[in-house]
Write a protein of this length. Structure first.
Length: 480
């Protein structure tokens, strides 16, 4: 089997226009895959220089393969099973600034550089006051970026045409706003001056983004089969689902420079990222939180099997399309497409997603993902959403513990104060006390949910039904 490098595989030379902080699975299967498609289908014609954001990483492994690797996409696309392999050739080189700081700083001197993209984990966008301008390099990612920007500003004498467009991909709401604030902190800490600050504000753009693609990573189970297929000894194969979404809060002039739409990619340039963040939390995370206890207490262990179940599948559809979707303020066709994509993701034949893994910390999850929808639905429709109410009752029942009818153990897992409260309440044997005690726990909800009209009565009725008839029959009742 051949080694994978530019001697054994084709690699197109393209201008280096993108600096990428991060070399992990997500960026390589998401951003670099997107850039590959843009290069193939548009005149974008750009390559990426990868910068390792911390002192230990995968730069040496990447360079050993001349920065070539394969992406293996698996899942359903419009109902059809897909299992594809694509060689990604967009990374020109990969640098470790801890051993190659001069080369790292020289990136700022390349006139054609235009974009900075990062994924340095949620902890990566943070201000470290111990960083100094003369550090080689600064320890924090925003510190390194400020060093790079300042060097570019000086190299080109404040030329405003040499600014950079910055897309952070860290999983932080309004990540661009946070990164910008942190850069301002370094400008102040290092006394970089008003002229540089003005150049940064006017010539550069730091934009909030929302990324969405499940990336399981290196396919340990399938690697021998994959290597046989591609006929290369690729040690950096990365597996990902088909679905991808990148929402970028930036004006159309930025979209013109990054023409992902022309490549048929699911990359949206929008005035505000917030409704898309809310859409993801509501229509992807929200259904997950309620379907999991309903499925598990019905004897179903995998998300895909829950979606395909004759009764639970209808329950999931009801929660998504009839209840949660009604609470969002985005165009109906956009929401329906997103919800349909979510169901395809839940049905992915390559991913066995255990419902028990989703049920960790179910109460706080319900509070952020489902409770806002329940309240909005009640406000708009004048009645409670039956599916979301049943989901809450299912969580409360799951936290009772015990065993399922098939003998499988029910093992809830949450903060000790929540576990203790549920244990005490279920010990009373009274569903009214259980309901009122859970709904009244302000340390969970930040308020007393007993004040929501009809909620306590509806949850108690569901608890009684689950205990008397079982989960499946209770689900059937709300679907009538």
């Amino acid at each position: 089997m051949k080694a994978l490098n530019k001697g054994t595989a084709p690699k197109t030379q393209r201008p280096e226009r993108i600096i990428q902080f991060g070399e992990g699975n997500f960026l390589r299967a998401f951003v670099d895959w997107i850039i590959y498609n843009m290069n193939q289908k548009t005149d974008f014609n750009s390559s990426v220089v990868v910068v390792q954001p911390i002192d230990k990483g995968m730069v040496d492994m990447l360079n050993a393969q001349d920065d070539l690797y394969h992406v293996n996409l698996q899942g359903l696309d419009k109902g059809k099973t897909v299992n594809s392999l694509t060689m990604i050739d967009v990374i020109s080189r990969a640098l470790n600034p801890y051993t190659q700081n001069d080369e790292f700083m020289k990136l700022a001197e390349q006139p054609e550089m235009r974009f900075v993209i990062s994924n340095t984990t949620e902890a990566g966008i943070a201000f470290d006051p111990t960083c100094k301008l003369e550090d080689a390099p600064a320890a924090s990612y925003p510190g390194k970026l400020t060093q790079l920007l300042y060097h570019r500003f000086k190299t080109f004498n404040g030329d405003k045409s040499k600014g950079l467009i910055i897309f952070p991909c860290e999983l932080i709401f309004l990540n661009g706003h946070k990164l910008k604030e942190t850069i301002y902190q370094y400008i102040e800490l290092w006394n970089l001056g008003g002229e540089f600050k003005t150049w940064f504000e006017e010539a550069c753009g730091v934009y909030a983004t929302l990324v969405d693609r499940i990336v399981p990573g290196f396919p340990r189970k399938d690697i021998d089969t994959i290597k046989e297929k591609i006929q290369y000894d690729d040690n950096l194969v990365v597996q990902a689902e088909i679905f991808h979404l990148w929402v970028i809060e930036a004006p159309q002039k930025v979209a013109k420079e990054f023409p992902a739409d022309k490549a048929g990619l699911n990359v949206l340039f929008v005035p505000s990222e917030a409704p898309y963040h809310e859409r993801k939390v509501t229509l992807l995370n929200g259904p997950h939180t309620v379907l999991s206890p309903v499925a598990y207490l019905s004897g179903v262990n995998i998300v895909r099997d829950a979606c395909q179940h004759e009764v639970i599948g209808k329950y999931i559809h009801k929660v998504m399309f009839d209840e949660l979707m009604e609470t969002l303020n985005l165009p109906k066709d956009e929401l329906e497409k997103f919800a349909t994509d979510v169901l395809e993701r839940f049905n992915n034949p390559f991913v066995d997603h255990a419902v028990t893994s989703i049920m960790l910390n179910s109460f706080p999850k319900y509070e952020t993902r489902d409770l806002p929808g329940l309240k909005t639905y009640l406000g708009r429709k004048g009645k409670l959403p039956k599916g979301l109410v049943l989901g809450l009752a299912a969580i409360i029942t799951y936290y009772k513990g015990g065993v399922r009818t098939d003998g499988a153990e029910i093992v809830p897992n949450d903060a000790p104060e929540i576990m203790n409260l549920l244990k005490e309440l279920w010990a009373t044997g009274c569903t009214k006390k259980v309901t009122e005690g859970v709904l009244g726990a302000e340390f969970i909800w930040g308020e007393d949910l007993n004040k929501i009209p009809g909620l306590a009565e509806a949850v108690k009725a569901n608890l009684d039904s689950i205990l008397e008839k079982g989960m499946l029959e209770t689900v059937k009742d709300i679907l009538l």
